[in-house]
Design a protein. Sequence first.
Length: 189
Amino acid sequence: MAIELFLTFFKIGLFTFGGGYAMISLIQNACVEKKKWITHDEMMDITVIAESTPGPIAINCATFVGYKQGKLVGAIAATLGVTLPSFVIIYIISRYLDGFLEIGWIADAFHGIKLAVGILIIDAAVKMIKKLDKKFLSISVLICAFGVMILINANNLNISSMFLMLLSAFVGILVLFVKMITKKGGNSE
């Protein structure tokens, strides 16, 4: 299992440009749809938790999936698999190619890659939204958070997306608390 985890995440790490958010779609494809190692709900939970914890999101996702499939050895194999390609590529670029991005065709290729990364991120978001619990609270938080992020980006404000995640979590906890109080009040009658 450790070798399969390593190879799966090595392939994801090798063929994904743009960091962890771009990898989410590939991790979902490999781990949920093809290998069935985790469910769609677990993938959504992993993504939220990985975003909320220190470290790159793809590494956190790989570590979780690896641990779920092969405990400590699986977590190490998946984490090494997803990080090794980037490490080797960056090492080679920094070691041997001074002015790497000053080469015209490479700079042009990276402009194209930026577009592809954006599409991968949108793909992952659309898949997660489709699986979202279609309740009023979930939809409301999604729309509000999206609107606030648009305003933040349009006005070049320096507000972390972590703040929105924590605020959304607070709203969810507050609603749960109100439901619990309401339910207790309704049961005592």
